[in-house]
Design a protein around this ligand. Structure first.
Ligand code: OFO
Length: 182
């Protein structure tokens, strides 16, 4: 009797997304360490928290694949790209990573629709909502970095931006409500 409720294509796409969420977490980890090296403690903490958020997404998708009788393959994670040259490039990297992730998720949503896999289609809604929030925040931070001087930001502007980011909330209810270990 077949107990895997995911099509092979969807199972593969969800597994790829697990790897991409792990990769996103590594990108944020790299940005957190870069910020720490550059005395930007607020940015560093923000990135560290976001790295954990991406791990939570990864764990949620793992849990879903298992719940549907699918098989999870844990793959190698690529090394993140080079460290940014300045705080503006740091937020450019954040925005790019979020858009990349959103595009990948949209493809899985489409696949679930084409497969008429309504359970997966429904499951993916929280992730779409999450990406919408994350893109919004990433764009806001990028615009603030641009306003503060972009790549040519003064030390005073950097100091103020770092403070502001330290106080930026990033609790996204759709993800924070979910505890995959509960
Ligand atoms: Fe996994 O949420 Fe952003 O990328």
């Amino acid at each position: 009797m077949k107990t895997n409720r995911l099509s092979p294509a969807l199972e593969k796409a969800l597994n790829d997304q697990i790897t991409l969420e792990a990769y996103s977490s590594q990108v944020y980890l790299m940005l957190s360490c870069w910020a720490d090296e550059n005395y930007l403690d607020g940015v560093s903490k923000f990135m560290m928290k976001h790295s954990a958020e991406e791990r939570l997404h990864m764990a949620k998708i793992i849990e879903y694949v298992q719940e549907r009788g699918g098989v999870v393959e844990i793959e190698a994670i690529d090394k993140p790209a080079e460290k940014p040259a300045n705080i503006y490039e740091c937020f450019e990297a954040v925005y790019k990573q979020e858009v990349l992730n959103t595009e990948a998720i949209y493809k899985i949503v489409k696949l679930s629709f084409d497969d008429q896999d309504w359970a997966t289609w429904n499951f993916l809604h929280w992730l779409v909502a999450e990406q919408r929030e994350e893109e919004k925040l990433a764009l806001e931070l990028l615009e603030k970095a641009k306003l503060a001087g972009g790549a040519k930001m003064t030390d005073t502007a950097k100091f103020e931006l770092n403070k502001l980011i330290a106080n930026t909330s990033q609790s996204f209810p759709t993800a924070d409500e979910v505890d995959p270990l509960a």
